[in-house]
Design a protein around this ligand. Structure first.
Ligand code: PLP
Length: 352
């Protein structure tokens, strides 16, 4: 603490990211990174952009990337916003589209960055408890609000709401924004991008960090009505006009252009997720049905925090949340087949 701090700094409760331990041979299953590298074409595109042209500023409007993404989703470039990570895109959304007189609504259990942004941007919010089984019941979102946001599939549960349910929510909630954070959607079939043309108050965010194996490149996007995108552009151009650097632009474009590699790696992760869920159940775990690249699991007789620490001693890092509703669970990111074999073997030993 220092007398030089602005008033706001005293009031912040920053987000705590999953740790990035610098330990060799670690099996890292704690931050939902993709175990497979990005497409070789992405690596090549970034290498090709790594040259003398770096002396120039990148295109502040990311025109080419927006065109590529629009084409990919059968939208217009005016429907696309890109930013330096989806966390940054979400920051612009909170500030530019979710701060209103009425409270913003989101689940008590969802991406834990949302209350952090509310705190930072002084946005009034109300957390709606998930059902006992961690399902999100959209009938609980019927009161007057200044906006609604949740992750679908949700984090850290992995549970998803079907697009038809979200359409019903949009039908009865026409006077405020509905933001769907689709960080994990490529591991599922629940995207609402197809609903965008029907609802001018729907905004979808996605990230290249998980399904496209590019957490280190920091690229995120939002899709929605041009008026919503315009709000985000106005915020961005008042804050960080060159949000995406030249290497990120090149890599992100190449990622959307190599759809085969993308689909194959997503399928591999999904297959490993299903096998891991079954194997964990064999070990006695209760595993929530996951639509994401992680599973959320609880053992009836072994304390989750104890398991977390024992695994860590063996060089396997998963995520543990010491909060009342989550403290019995471990969130385990899906790694390679061999990483999951090591995890399962270790758990079998620990539970024996
Ligand atoms: C990982 C994640 C993000 C952030 O993604 P970045 O683009 O890496 O900032 C946003 N929302 C949810 C739900 C996530 O899990």
């Amino acid at each position: 603490m220092s007398r030089f701090w602005s008033q706001i700094v005293h009031q912040l409760t920053p987000y705590t990211p999953g740790e990035q331990p610098q330990i060799e041979n670690l099996i890292k299953l704690n931050t939902n990174e993709n175990p497979y590298g990005p497409s070789p074409k992405v690596v090549e595109a970034i290498s090709n952009a790594n040259n003398e042209a770096l002396r120039k500023y990148p295109d502040p409007n990311a025109k080419q990337l927006k065109r590529t993404i629009a084409l990919y989703y059968d939208l217009a470039p005016e429907n696309v916003f890109v930013g330096n990570s989806s966390d940054e895109v979400l920051a612009h959304i909170f500030r530019g589209l979710l701060k209103h007189a009425k409270p913003l609504l989101f689940p008590d259990i969802t991406y834990s960055f949302y209350p952090v942004y509310c705190n930072l941007f002084d946005i009034e919010y109300q957390q709606i408890p998930l059902q006992q089984n961690f399902c999100l019941n959209l009938d609980d979102y019927s009161e007057d609000n200044g906006g609604i946001i949740f992750a679908n599939p949700n984090a850290p549960t992995g549970l998803a709401v079907q697009p038809e349910e979200i359409a019903k929510l949009l039908d009865r909630n026409r006077d405020s924004m509905v933001v769907i954070d689709e960080a994990y959607v490529d591991f599922s079939q629940v995207s609402v991008v197809g609903l965008l043309h029907r609802y001018p108050n729907l905004l979808v965010t996605q990230t290249l960090s998980k399904s496209r194996s590019l957490a280190g490149l920091r690229v995120g996007l939002a899709l929605g009505h041009p008026d919503l995108i315009d709000a985000l552009e106005r915020i961005k151009n008042s804050f960080h006009p060159y949000a995406l650097d030249s290497l990120a632009l090149a890599g992100a474009e190449a990622s959307f252009e190599d759809d085969d590699y993308f689909k194959v790696t997503c399928q591999k992760v999904i297959r490993t997720r299903e096998r891991t869920s079954d194997a964990l159940e064999q070990l006695g775990f209760e595993v929530l049905p996951s639509d994401a690249n992680f599973v959320f699991a609880k053992h009836p007789s072994k304390d989750a925090s104890v398991l977390f620490n024992l695994l860590r001693e063996k060089g396997i890092v998963v995520r543990y949340f010491a909060t009342p509703r989550l403290k019995d669970f471990l969130r385990i990111s899906i790694g390679t087949e061999s990483e999951m074999n090591s995890l399962l073997a270790e758990l079998e030993r620990l539970l024996a």
